[in-house]
Design a protein. Structure first.
Length: 316
């Protein structure tokens, strides 16, 4: 989450007049994340999240995202539900941006990642994969392996300003990953979240209370979704790999859905792919985020250590 577009209270009040969710009491910007403009709304009926879609999100993809959330919620998963306006339409326009209001989920992100939290995350990830199987509409992953080299090239060597030699190191890593990436149809696939970082998972006590931020969700390999989580959750202080965390996550996942042997064998290269995907998008954002945007930029080099780690292991 982030804020690129500021809102005036008068414009927001007029917008809320098209809904039956009460009158505006207060609202505040949410600075976490890097993709869309987000606001926490307090109305006379409760709390809601308003999102203005920007940057990488295509307006044509938004009905798919909102439909996936509605589908998962209908299956019993705790995730934001799109709120329909009085005319029955959830996707609208505000400040010349596509916009949607979703329900507010209770809970909070973990303050310190533990093996127990990783186990719970593995369970909910596998549940997500199973519940999404009969959401049959597909959305290709626009940030999969085919997109990474063009993304690196678009940075025009700027990574070397952060670390001398970074561009060549990433180019070499991409060559290895592209050569070893699983062939189409070789591994189980379906709907994946593709961005299940700790700040997108809410807990109440030791239990996951909900998942948020579905705007990178797509149709891709289940094991790649797990690889993203292994990257995001299993490095203490974003530097030191914690085998106990990875073991707990995979154990939690397999308590709901068993991984195939081929998925386990592919995990090292999938983890390398997840490392380089987030390194490259962070690098791109580091270079291109407007100086006046209310946004928390993420350090690209935090994922270089992950890439190096997974490049040197035979199994996760």
């Amino acid at each position: 989450m982030a804020v690129y577009t500021e809102l005036a209270a008068e414009a927001l009040e007029a917008f809320l007049g098209t809904y039956d969710i009460g009158a505006l009491v207060a609202f505040q910007s949410i600075a976490e994340g890097v993709e869309n403009s987000n606001f926490l709304l307090q109305t006379t009926e409760g709390k809601f999240i308003l999102t203005l879609f920007e940057r990488r999100v295509k307006a044509s993809d938004l009905p798919w995202f909102l439909g996936l959330m509605q589908h998962l919620s209908g299956k019993g998963m705790n995730c934001p539900q799109p709120v329909q306006a009085k005319d029955g339409i959830a996707l609208r326009v505000l400040a010349d941006r596509p916009a949607a209001i979703t329900t507010f989920l209770p809970g909070q992100a973990v303050l310190q990642i533990t093996a127990s939290a990783c186990h719970a995350l593995g369970q909910v990830l596998a549940t997500f994969h199973k519940l999404g199987q009969d959401y049959t509409a597909e959305r290709p992953n626009g940030l999969s392996v085919e997109a990474w080299r063009p993304l690196l090239e678009s940075c025009q060597g700027s990574g070397d300003d952060l670390l001398p030699g970074l561009t060549q190191e990433l180019s070499d890593a991409l060559s290895r990953i592209e050569k070893s990436w699983p062939a189409a149809g070789s591994l189980p696939r379906g709907q994946i979240h593709a961005d299940l970082f700790p700040d997108n998972v809410f807990f109440q006590g030791d239990q996951v209370s909900g998942l948020i931020d579905f705007y990178f969700a797509c149709t891709d390999l289940f094991a790649y979704d797990l690889a993203i989580c292994l990257n995001a959750w299993c490095f203490r202080d974003e530097k030191i790999f914690e085998p106990a965390f990875a073991h707990a996550m995979i154990e939690g996942y397999e308590s709901v859905r068993n991984l195939e042997v081929a998925e386990k064998e592919a995990l090292p290269v999938l983890c390398q792919g997840a490392s380089i995907r987030f390194l490259l998008t962070r690098l791109y954002d580091w270079i291109n985020t407007p100086a006046d945007a209310l946004v928390t930029r993420k350090d690209p080099l935090a994922y270089l250590g992950r890439l190096r780690h997974f490049s040197g292991v035979a199994h996760v």
